[in-house]
Design a protein around this ligand. Sequence first.
Ligand code: NIG
Ligand code: FE
Length: 414
Amino acid sequence: MAATLIINIKQLVNVREQWPVLRGKELANLPCIHNAYLLIEDDTIVAYGPMDELATAHRALAADPIDATGKMVLPAWCDSHTHLVFAASRENEFIDKLKGLSYAEIAARGGGILNSARKLNEASEDELFNLAWARLEELTKLGTGAIEIKSGYGLTVEGELKMLRVIKKLRERSNVTIKATFLGAHTYPVEYKENHEGYIDLIIQEMLPVIGREQLADYIDVFCETGFFSPEETALICKAGMQYGLKPKIHANQLNLSGGVQTGVALGAVSVDHLETMDEPSIKALAGADTIGTLLPTAAFFLRMPFQPARALIDAGCAIALASDFNPGSSPSGNMNGVVNMSCIQMKMLPEEAINAATLNGAWAMECADELGSISVGKKASLILTKQVPSLAYIPYSFGSNLIERVMIEGQWV
Ligand code: NIG
Ligand code: FE
């Protein structure tokens, strides 16, 4: 048995004996132990507490403790919304946007998601795996210990299955916790532009049965948006997915008041994600539901959209998570440290709220909170050890610096 003991931790962050999903005011409560120790055996957290309670028995277990004087330990980030598998970046569209085109205009010209779909269908499964693997490795160094990954750049039976098989392989080979989401309903492929029913049939009749049989996904997602999938189409597709045990986690209220939040809530979705465009009824619907609202501030930033109304959502009592939306079109960064910084700087989340939303609530938004998202005995030892920092608030405040010294994923230093 391999034991790791970390001692003299300036602040051990998000320490919990119970770990319910956090709503409203609870998000500001981030339990910490000052001057702490943490003991890990194999891949699991087995003990923690203040230094003056460190038992000699614990000390004896690890011959060479790690001295974390001046440093903090946090649970690894739980990034519950990404599109990590893609064939190519889209910086040409970025330039088009700088020159004045909008996201919707680029999409209408066959750019955007359709551009990614063309390239994805040309790429081999091995190529896609290697690209995604490299991205995942970079993200683990930035502190991500759990990640949800969507399909949705295939838009053909073969393409969607290829993406999901790549995600499955990532899951088999990585010790990062990975959840897979089927997003066949990301947009309509060109051939089905005037035949929405035909594409929805393809999803329901051809894609879902294979996904169900081969257990290729945990969740079903739909881009519920004006010009993409309507609330009715979203419900139809999600209900078909639910027959195969896939739970809904949907793209809602990104560009318009599309009714996506209410649709997700009515379906009992695990989360509704994006939420740039919210009104009173959608905030109320979310506040009264178990569904988590996942905010993706780097997507709002990159598309120069209004940021998600985090304060209004928290004040209304919603359960809020933060995620990166890593994808080549609207958020070409999966850096959760940046997401946390931005949520404080632009959405006025408190550092405590942001850290809770990016760890424990992120874990709930992909249903791995029993293993990750807090420092708790029995949970996986997936952690961030910071460099020396003066305080917790320094982490989002010092937005341009990499404050991570080391990352541990399931007991192993990255
Ligand atoms: O979450 N909004 C829909 N899907 C992605 C963007 C996809 C793309 O542009 O490639 C998102 O922002
Ligand atoms: Fe997304």
